[in-house]
Design a protein around this ligand. Structure first.
Ligand code: TMP
Length: 215
């Protein structure tokens, strides 16, 4: 590891938010200074304001919209990708670069690979185009891909193994495939994310610990 930028990625309900927090705790316990962060980075009204103007912002304030509900505005696919990249540029300049410059470790729950996996799958955008618009974002030392089975993800989200949103051939499976492709890169590690929280946390730690020694 050279700079200390660690990313957790995976489909929704893969457990990465829990695992990111546990990992940050273990890194701290091992004697390193660490900052836990996430994407999307900005509050939604701010994110919306990047492109949308007053109408959408008022609406978000009024109804407390979630990220998912941005879909109702039927943003152009490219706009979606620009929005996430704009959000990321704030994240990189306000948190990631300053924290790394202080010699601390950054653990982020999602980063630019989410844009490639989600926007190329949901919006059919060219993965290379998304990658190139995100070149400003420093390359992570390590991306931990939490590969959960679609059945387990469904169970965690809906309390049932019945595949609905996570069905075979559905979008979640396509996003998972996009991650599998990305995970061929040398700075990625794939972790089996089925099983207990503690078991998965141990697998993540095993993947990260050795790299920390080289910092
Ligand atoms: P999360 O809070 O569960 O991680 O959800 C964030 C949602 O935003 C998730 O469905 C993935 C999506 N997303 C993208 O589509 N592109 C991106 O670049 C990022 C960071 C998130």
């Amino acid at each position: 590891m050279q700079q200390g930028l660690i990313v957790l990625e995976g489909i929704d309900a893969c457990g990465k938010t829990t695992q990111a927090a546990l990992l940050a705790g273990k890194i701290k316990a091992a004697g390193h200074e660490v900052v836990l962060t996430r994407e999307p980075f900005l509050d939604l009204p701010v994110l919306g304001s990047v492109i949308a103007g007053a109408g959408i912002i008022r609406d978000h304030h009024a109804h407390g919209d979630t990220l998912d509900s941005l879909k109702k505005y039927k943003l152009a696919p490219e706009t979606d990708a620009f929005l996430f990249a704009a959000d990321r540029s704030e994240h990189v300049s306000k948190v990631i670069k300053p924290v790394l410059a202080e010699g601390k470790i950054v653990v982020t729950d999602r980063y630019y690979p989410s844009s490639i996996a989600y926007q190329s799958t949901f919006d059919g955008l060219d993965a290379e185009w998304i990658r190139s618009m995100n070149r400003f974002a420093p390359e992570p030392d390590l991306v931990v891909f939490l590969k959960v089975s679609l059945e387990e993800a469904s169970l965690r989200r809906n309390g049932s193994r019945r595949l609905e949103r996570f069905e075979k051939g559905g979008k979640e499976e396509c996003i998972q495939s996009a991650y599998e492709e990305l995970a061929k890169a040398p700075n990625w590690v794939t972790i089996d994310a089925d099983g207990s929280v503690d078991d998965v946390a141990q697998r993540v730690w095993d993947a990260v610990e050795a790299g920390l020694k080289t910092l």
